[in-house]
Design a binder for this molecule. Structure first.
Ligand code: NAD
Length: 416
């Protein structure tokens, strides 16, 4: 089975389990699983190819899943594999995430089936602006607010802001994840990793783990993995192994993260990091440690390696890094898992704060953004933990139950 099918099966399993616990009727389940609106557009862009201009037509998508609790909110992905099925599943996940951290948004996702690395800057600008122009009738500051995702970045958001503002006046709040110069939020870049580290620290404290004596392993050293490492190291944790797509590095004494960052900035990756020994990505996951943070890809912990995992706590920075079958085995072995739905929601929270700052025309400083982020994440964690204790279930089951229950309640109150 390929990774996409495994993830779909995993997602279905967790949702069905929550539906059963919430005793939802078939009609309620159908409404919760249905998209409000699915839009497919063609995006024509003039590409320069072998010295000639050629018109190329890309397929673009926006799925608005549910807006019972507030405007649709979700990223925009530029990737060759983008299709309606994938965007639909990701839009749904956004609905549960925004509900879990209790922010007044629903869930959406968008994408264009394109490899952005094959386009030059002018072509990317044209693609981003055309996409925005064609989606303009269904997005809006109080309707649907896009943000960056895989293959898009603050520059793409700046182009979309410009396009939308041509017909609607200057509307910074139409997208989040913008450059700070155009109303982007301080702290947005590190928000997801900062949130992962905050929740890892909270869960570790409840397990009586002492930072200075706790060994941390992180798979993936991109945006999320690196900021998680920085924040955990600042709290005193011992980061003993790190990896990227080319493999891992280990130092039993613990890395100096400043030293690691300097090496990565100079060399483009972790390979040959002075003072470390190499380790494969597969072996890294099986290292004896206190905290394991998968921050790279989905489905990295499966039935094939679940029995070999020797962490006490897993904090899911990546989306769906543990399959549902592996999850059952890890839970049986008493390994605590802070689920993706909760662990990596810091970026969504920072997006919400950016939107609020834009509406108020009043920017906050980084400390205020991160302290509000920590406070709200702590509330979400405590609500999930308390429900898990009350129902005698794991954190993931409680997180799904809490999030879906909130969406269901909003639907009931509004009378959809
Ligand atoms: P990124 O592209 O910045 O970094 C990904 C890292 O994973 C890189 O270090 C890369 O080398 C490494 N990697 C890629 N393939 C690998 C492999 N086969 N084995 C080991 N390492 C591999 O991405 P990111 O923004 O840090 O996102 C990481 C994960 O977190 C993704 O699953 C993403 O969906 C999820 N996530 C990100 C955010 C966010 O705000 N960036 C929010 C929520 C969830």
């Amino acid at each position: 089975m390929d990774k996409k099918c495994i993830c779909q099966e995993t997602q279905r399993h967790f949702l069905n389990r929550a539906f059963e616990r919430l005793k939802l009727k078939g009609s309620q389940r159908e409404l919760l699983l249905s998209s409000f609106r699915e839009t497919r557009i063609t995006v024509p862009v003039t590409l320069r190819h072998n010295g000639e201009n050629r018109l190329h037509t890309f397929q673009g998508y926006r799925v608005q899943h549910n807006h019972a609790r507030g405007p649709f909110k979700g990223g925009l992905r530029f990737h060759p594999d983008v299709n309606m099925g994938e965007i639909r599943a990701l839009a749904q996940l956004m609905t549960w995430k925004t509900a879990l951290v209790d922010i007044p948004f629903g869930g959406a996702k968008g994408g264009v089936a394109v490899d952005p690395r094959q386009l030059n800057e002018t072509e990317l600008e044209e693609l981003s602006k055309r996409f925005c122009q064609k989606m303009a009738p269904i997005i809006g500051v109080y309707d649907d607010i896009p943000a960056p995702d895989i293959g898009t970045n603050p520059q793409v958001m700046a182009w979309m802001l410009d396009e939308y503002s041509k017909t609607h006046g200057f509307r910074t709040a139409i997208v989040t994840g913008k450059p700070v110069e155009l109303g982007g939020s301080a702290g947005r870049l590190e928000a997801t990793g900062h949130g992962v580290a905050h929740l890892a620290h909270k869960a570790a404290a409840e397990m009586s783990l002492v930072p200075e004596q706790s060994r941390v392993v992180i798979q993936g050293f991109g945006n999320v993995g690196s900021h998680t490492a920085i924040a955990l190291a600042n709290k005193g944790y011992k980061i003993i192994a790190l990896s990227d797509v080319n493999g891992g590095v280990i130092n039993e004494a613990g890395f100096s993260i400043d030293h690691v960052l300097a090496h990565v900035n100079e060399n483009g990756g972790l390979t040959d990091l002075p003072g470390s020994s190499p380790i494969s990505n597969a072996d890294l996951l099986e290292l004896p440690c206190d905290i394991l943070v998968p921050a790279a890809l989905e489905a990295t912990i499966t039935c094939d390696n679940a029995e070999a995992i020797r962490a006490r706590l897993i904090v899911e920075a990546a989306n769906m890094p543990v399959t549902h079958r592996a999850d059952a085995r890890l839970q049986q072995r008493g390994i605590v898992i802070v689920p993706d739905l909760l662990a990596n929601v810091g970026g969504v929270l920072a997006s919400y704060y950016e939107w609020v700052q834009n509406l108020q025309q009043f920017p906050w400083d980084r400390e205020l953004v991160l302290s509000r982020l920590e406070k709200r994440l702590s509330h979400a964690y405590e609500a999930v933990r308390d429900l898990a204790r009350e129902r005698q279930v794991d954190l993931r089951a409680a997180a799904y139950e809490l999030a879906i229950g909130r969406v269901e309640e909003a639907i009931r109150l509004r009378g959809f």
